[in-house]
Every structure is written in C-alpha cells, then in structure tokens.
Write a protein that binds this ligand. Structure first.
Ligand code: ADP
Ligand code: ZN
Ligand code: ZN
Length: 735
C-alpha cells in the first residue's frame, strides 16, 4: 500500500453543476464506473468522471466511497457526448449522465435474474485468468478464452463450441467465474420478402452516401412515405456492416418502432445481432440490450431518442427515420433533441448520419437546401413511390362553413365512408390530438367545468360519469345540475374519440369499428393485433389519433377522413402549421398504399388556406419554402436561435419577480441577444402552479451560448430560485 491519495471526481444526480471529491483505496478505478457515496446523511449513486491525486478539500474532511461497481458504464466517446449535452443544454453533468443510462443500473442494489441467459466472466475470473483453471479441462478453457475475447456470449455460441457446454457453464458458475444475464432476444424465423433492386433514385442516394462512409457527413434523404427510404437505410446498413465489428444505430420515433418495422429489419439482418431500445421493454431487457450495444456485440441498435446515448464502441453509421418527429425532443430533465445530439455524435466520431423523412423539419430543410455552408447537409430525394401501381391519394377539402355538419361529420364524408363500406374497403377517421376532448356545457348560462388547479377544461368521461383534468389528473363526479345556475340541462360538447365512435355506430350500425388511442396501443401485442385485424379485413372503420405508424401497409384502406384541424391554424405556436402539415401528409400516406386508390377528405372552415393547397398537390417543398420566408421575416428558427426560460410557483408574483430579474440580468450580459418580456403561456396555471416564461433570441448561436454560460449560474444562485421552479430550454420545440 502506498500513501498516495486516490481522489475520485464523482458526478452525482443533484441539480448542482459541479463534481464531488471522494477518496478511495482502490487504485484501479476507471472513469465511467459507478460508485455509491455518502452525500449529507444519504447514500447516493454517482459516476466517476475524473481521477486525481489532489483535492481542494482538506484530506481529513474527504469522505470515502462506500462501494464501487465493477461495470464501466461509458467510454470516452460517450463521455464527450455527455459533456457536450451538459454544456449545450446547461444541465448539470451528473444529471446528464444519470438520465442517459438505463434506470436499472441506477438502483443501489442490482440483482441477477433468471430464464434465458447471456454469459460473461466475473471480475474474479478475469483477474485469475485461464491458467488458474484445473488442468485438462479443455472445454472450460475454450469457453473462458472465448468469453475473454467476446465479453458476452449467448447459448447458441456456447453450444457451437462444445456439446458439453452446459456442464462447463455449471462448473464455472460454481467457481464464481461466470455471470448470467437474462435475454429476451427473440429467435423467431422471419419471412423473407423478396429483396427489391433499387430504382435509379434509390441507387443514387445509396451511392452518394456510401462515398462518405468513412467520414462525417450529414444527409437528408427526402421522400414521401413509401418512396423506399427504409430500403435505402437497409442497404446502407448492409454496407456499413461489411466492416468487421461495425455497429449501426437507427433512431426512430417511439410510435414507429412497431413489430412490423422490427421484423422487417430482423428479416433482412438475420445474420446479425439486432437489439431494440424503447419504453416497451422491461428494465431488465433494456439493460441487457444496452449492455450488448456497449460491449460491441449488438451490431444493429434500433431505438427511440434516449438510445442516442448508448455507448457503441464501433459505431459506423447513424440513421434517423422521421427526422422531423417531435418525439426526438425530450421535454423534461435534460431537454435534448436526439437529432441534434446525433449530429454532434456523428461529427465527433467522424461517421455519416442519414436523416430520412417526407416532411423535414424546417431547420433540416434549411440546412439541406438553403445554406451555402458546405459543411451542412447533403440533399437526396426520392420522388415517387417505390411500389409500382401504388399512387398518391387524392386530397379534398370539405368546407364546413358551407356544409351542414352533424355531430362533427359533413354529409360528404358520411357518403364517402358508406361508399367504402359498400366496396368492402376500409376507412380511417383521423382526429387531431388536441381539442377533441368533450367538455360539459350548461345550456342556459354557458358554464363549463374547469380544473381549479390548471387553466384547462375538465374532460367528460361519460361511461364513468366523471369529469377529469387531462393535465393534472384531477377527477370529480359529473354534476347533475349546473353549479353556477342550477340548470339541469348539461350536455357534453366537443368531439372525443368516444363520441365519434358512438356517432359512427349510429350512422353505420352494421360496420365493424375500432377506436385506437394512446392507451389502447400501449403494448406491442395490442398493436400487432390491430394490424392483423386490418389485414384480415375484420375492421371497416378505424378511429384514431396518432397511430400513424409506418413500416406496415393497410392494403384495403382507401379513405382517410380528417375531422376538424382548424385550431392548429390559429395556434400561437409558430411551429403549429409545420406540424399540422407533416401530420396530415403522414395520415394521407395511410390511404391507398397498395393497389387501391386512396382519397383523403379534410373538413375545414378554411379550405383555401395555403397549407391545404400544398397538401392537395403533395407539395411539401413549396410549403416549406413559403414558411421559411415567414420565419426569416419574423426572425424565428432556423434564422434565429431561441432559448426559453420557464418558471412556476405557487404565487404569480414570485415567478414574475424571478423572470424580471432574469430578464434584466440577461439584458446586461449581451447586446447581441434579444431578451423578451416575461409572458404567461397558453396554459397559465398547471397543477396549482402559476406559470410564466421568457424568450431569448439571437442570430448567433455562439453569442447565445456565451450569455447562457453566465446567465444560468446566475439563475441557480438567485434566492428566489427556492420559491420558483424553473427550467432553461435550449432550442425549445413548444412554447
Ligand atoms: P419508406 O421508408 O420511404 O416509407 P419503404 O422503404 O418502406 O419506403 O418502401 C415502401 C415499399 O416499397 C416497401 O414495401 C418496400 O419493400 C418497397 N420497395 C422499396 N424499394 C423498392 C424497389 N426499388 N422496388 C420495389 N419495391 C420497393
Ligand atoms: Zn348554468
Ligand atoms: Zn388540472
């Protein structure tokens, strides 16, 4: 033993932007290892982010770590990514790291589990080495050597080494040489669809991107749904995986990570280990998949936004499908945008990144088509649907200001649905997420039920006879009388999915109807079931909000009816029309994907709005370019960079004082950043908290970041910060 101090710099899950020094007597500690440390009166989990032999803290005051976990949870590349995120989003490093690793790792006690296994050597085994094995045990030796090489092995690989592998594993287990991990990688056999040969545009995209496969390059692959983008991804992945050990990361929106997409990839990559990372997995599964990626075993990782932080030692290519999707932005804690983080990562690892979509975000569209900066994105286009004889749907607007509407339906739409029923084709009724919840209304005084904790209306749940706030969960009995005037004639107004279902049942009592919403498609099985029923034509009319997953066709679906979407047209959020366009474009893509000609009916009071003109001609480009002009005039993203400071407190005065103070300080910090006055958001009150926010805007990202470097620490120091809950959102998506 020497007297040298080993000081660990430990990042903790606390809202303080600093690391903490602890002492250890373990000389072999590495950056990236988990520790349990005393913190005040508590024990906390932390991560080693630095090792030193000095500390600014007096040595007798230094506390020792309680436990060191042998697993190194991130490598140098991931550490760079965490540091970037912490700096760019102004979020403490410890919290950044701990929000990016699977939650099961964070529990202070992790226990091993049963069932189907992956095997790895224990630290003890690694220390002792093969030479310490009993003599003449050749199988044992072979297995241990293979595990040293590969880190993790599954049963199939072990079996291929020896028919007596089970016995050997048992022996190793008894010796304490081996650890097992549960595994749920499936072993289904996938139906091999014929592999299409690429059309000219696909080939061009593939060739261009392949040319850059050894260095950083960002590509926008722009093409409507069904134009063959996924096929291009698959070819690029095949190409990338030709390199030994290579790994590929595919990011998709949660809603698109369907069993169909997964099995399509599995079918094409049967030889490779593919794992998924998303919220439908159990913590154990997630941990196992994450470890497989981290150890370099999994060659393909398909995951949702959080998987951008997965350590992958041999990452060679990143693909982001549906680049524009808002779910890539995390809306709490570390408010990162997975696309932007992915671009940083690709740059830092010097690998290509491909972003595919039919409706690029305006930021990406701008980067790919409008800037002269050669460092921005390459632009590739697929202009037609890949399957011959599948055509684009015809899009029509129904002017509901001129037509009678019965319970939300115009007669044209009703007739169109009837026509499909007669032809034994399917219809989809699409409802925009917001604004369709029914509220209770008094016919005499216009009273409506409101939540006393939020600025929102209570939603009627007719079946349970209850009123519920969808923001805070407040729940109360439906009143029989108007609390304001005593009138007993109270009726639900507004179109909930349930009411639409009832209305359709009324119109078409013979039809087989299925209502799909977030709750009913939570599980993989439920989704699978839905696709199967559609495929088997057991459903005539589908009612849904956001179940527009890709990666599957509804071959008999030929009509999409879009009920009222107009409120998005006068939303105060400047991204509302961009979002509406991509949503309608995507939902239109559901119609007529196979041989049936599709039609889309959109009910609106503004049939001449440019957004519908653009939709009718399927002209995203024109629409995007017009929007860009507006954004330029208004100095909004992508022509300016924005930061949102949001605060909430029990008393409005506290929030306002905090924000005013923040505003004045920001104004003094930089002349290159515009600081707006604090305002109340649409939802002024939420869960009993009064809310307000202010916006910073700058044409230079550097100037903005420079200001934030001084401003955020100042906010943390502000005494009012104890009364006010606040967050800084860099590149906010919603206001
Ligand atoms: P996207 O990802 O743009 O929605 P996909 O790659 O899923 O498009 O392609 C849509 C359909 O067309 C799929 O069924 C796919 O197998 C098929 N497809 C893709 N490329 C071709 C091609 N070159 N020739 C024939 N069919 C193709
Ligand atoms: Zn009343
Ligand atoms: Zn509420």
């Amino acid at each position: 033993m020497t007297d040298t101090l080993h000081i660990l710099k430990v990042a903790l899950d606390v809202p303080l932007d600093r690391v903490f020094d602890y002492r250890t007597d373990k000389p072999n500690t590495q950056i990236g290892q988990y520790v349990v440390v005393p913190f005040g009166a508590r024990k906390m989990i932390g991560v080693v982010v630095g090792i030193s032999d000095t500390s600014s803290i007096e040595s007798k005051k230094l506390k020792s770590i309680i436990r060191l976990d042998p697993e190194v949870i991130f490598d140098e590349q991931s550490f760079k990514l965490f540091q970037f995120c912490s700096q760019y989003y102004h979020y403490p490093l410890g919290q950044t790291i701990l929000s990016a690793v699977p939650s099961r790792l964070k529990k202070i006690n992790t226990k091993a589990m049963a069932k189907k296994y992956l095997y790895r050597l224990t630290p003890k085994a690694i220390e002792l080495g093969v030479d310490q094995l009993p003599p003449r045990q050749t199988t044992l030796k072979r297995i241990v050597m293979a595990l040293i090489d590969a880190t993790l092995l599954d049963e199939a690989s072990l079996r291929s080494m020896s028919s007596a592998w089970k016995k050997s594993i048992e022996t190793l287990d008894e010796m304490g040489w081996i650890e097992k991990e549960e595994i749920t990688l499936d072993d289904k056999v996938y139906i091999q669809a014929p592999i299409p040969s690429l059309n000219d545009e696909q080939k061009k995209a593939f060739d261009e991107i392949s040319k850059t496969n050894k260095t950083f390059a960002a590509w926008l692959l722009y093409g409507i749904t069904g134009s063959g983008k996924t096929e291009v991804y698959i070819r690029l992945i095949e190409e990338a995986l030709k390199k030994e050990h290579a790994q590929v990361l595919v990011l998709v929106p949660e809603i698109n990570l369907t069993p169909q997409l997964e099995s399509r990839f599995r079918a094409r990559f049967e030889k490779y280990m593919l794992v998924t990372l998303h919220s439908h997995l159990t913590d154990n599964e997630r941990l196992t998949h994450w470890r497989l990626a981290k150890e370099g075993q999994a060659q393909i990782v398909i995951g949702t936004r959080l998987s951008i932080f997965t350590p992958m030692p041999h990452l060679s290519l990143i693909i982001i499908d549906e680049e524009h999707d808002a779910s890539f932005k995390q809306q709490e804690g570390l408010r990162y945008h997975a696309r932007d983080v992915a671009i940083f990562r690709a740059k830092s690892e010097n690998i290509p990144i491909v972003m595919g979509t039919a409706t690029p975000s305006l930021e990406t569209w701008f980067n790919a088509t409008k800037t002269k900066d050669a460092k921005k994105f390459g632009f590739l286009k697929l202009t037609s649907r890949a399957v011959l004889d599948s055509t684009l749907p015809e899009i029509k607007c129904i002017d509901i200001s001129k037509s009678t509407v019965t319970k939300g339906f115009s007669p044209y739409l009703v007739e169109a649905i009837r026509d499909r029923l007669n032809k034994k084709e399917q219809s989809l009724i699409f409802i925009n997420r917001r604004g369709f919840a029914p509220v209770l209304l008094c016919s005499s005084c216009q009273w409506t039920g409101r939540c006393h904790r939020c600025s929102s209306r209570l939603v009627v749940h007719l079946n349970q006879k209850r009123l519920r706030c969808h923001h805070c969960g407040h729940d109360e009995k439906m009143p029989l009388q108007c609390p304001s005037c005593g009138n007993t004639d109270l009726y639900p107004t507004g179109l909930g999915t349930q009411r639409i279902e009832e209305t359709i049942k009324e119109f078409f009592p013979e039809a087989r109807i299925l209502r799909v919403d977030r709750d009913s498609t939570k599980t993989k099985e439920a989704l699978n079931d839905l696709f199967l029923k559609m495929k088997n034509r057991e459903i005539d009319i589908l009612i849904g909000t956001q179940m527009l997953s890709k990666g599957h066709d509804f071959p008999y679906l030929s009509l999409v009816g879009v009920l009222d979407t107009d409120q998005a047209l006068y939303s105060p959020d400047f991204r509302a029309s961009e979002r509406l366009f991509s949503q309608l474009m995507q939902v239109s893509g559901r119609a007529g994907r196979a041989k049936t000609k599709g039609e889309v009916y959109i009910q609106t009071a503004f049939p001449n709005h440019p957004i519908f003109e653009a939709l009718k001609t399927h002209d995203y480009e024109h629409f995007a370019n017009e929007l860009l002009k507006e954004r330029e005039l208004a100095e909004l993203s992508p022509f300016a960079f924005l930061v949102l400071l949001k605060g909430e407190a029990h008393q409005l005065a506290h929030v306002m004082q905090f924000l005013n103070d923040a505003m004045i300080h920001a104004q003094n910090l930089s002349a290159h950043v515009t600081v707006y006055n604090p305002v109340r958001p649409m939802m002024e009150r939420l869960k009993g908290m009064e809310r307000a926010q202010l916006v910073l805007q700058a044409s230079s990202r550097v100037a903005l970041q420079k200001l934030l470097n001084d401003w955020v620490p100042y906010l943390r120091e502000n005494k009012l910060a104890q009364k006010v809950k606040w967050v800084v959102d860099v590149d906010p998506l919603e206001f």
